[in-house]
Design a protein around this ligand. Structure first.
Ligand code: FMN
Length: 163
């Protein structure tokens, strides 16, 4: 057994066995434009107050935007939204919102069309950890829709199946 800290591939393989949902984080940049990034690092943190966390690479555009912004949205992707996940992971930042549906909440937050849920957060705390920052958000609102989730496992997209 090799050590994951000496073997980045092993580290990635170990983590890839943990199936996750897929989200797109959204916020606004300094000039008010929408910013988004695919993220699977969502975790529940606390019930009272209601806290969640996401971990963002320090080199990501989203890191700069989140560090400057007071609030953000976690858009939980539905089963048919793998293209949205790829878009928000791969396209240049300035092209990510071109040609897709999104809306603004009354509070000015950015919500993508067709998501399974959106979770509205105000930034509560952040912790630099290695090459990522753990952003903790206090959940201030959101909405759920009926549907099935998009899942990510061993580098592939899939769906939820009942045992
Ligand atoms: C399924 C999936 C999950 C991802 N999860 C994260 C994550 O939790 N944190 C992160 O920093 N990057 C994550 N990424 C990578 C970012 O989406 C990708 O690096 C993105 O291009 C960064 O964009 P930006 O520099 O414009 O913010 C994920 C990518 C995929 C495809």
């Amino acid at each position: 057994m090799s050590r994951a800290d000496a073997d980045p591939l092993l580290f990635r393989q170990l983590l890839s066995r943990f199936a996750t949902g897929v989200t797109v984080l959204t916020t606004r940049d300094a000039s008010g434009g929408p910013v988004g990034m695919t993220a699977s690092s969502l975790a529940a943190v606390s019930l009272a107050p209601p806290l969640v966390s996401v971990c963002v690479d320090v080199s990501a555009d989203m890191h700069r935007a989140l560090s400057a912004s007071g609030d953000f949205v976690i858009n939980v992707l539905a089963h048919g939204q793998a293209d949205l996940s790829r878009r928000f992971a791969q396209l240049p930042a300035e092209e990510r919102f071109t040609g897709i549906g999104w809306r603004e909440t009354p509070g000015g937050m950015v919500v993508l069309d067709g998501v399974l849920a959106h979770i509205e957060c105000e930034r509560y705390a952040d912790f630099p950890l290695g090459d990522h920052t753990l952003f903790v958000g206090r959940v201030t609102g959101g909405a759920n829709e009926a549907g099935e989730p998009l899942l990510y496992f061993r580098g592939e997209y899939g769906g939820f199946s009942r045992p």
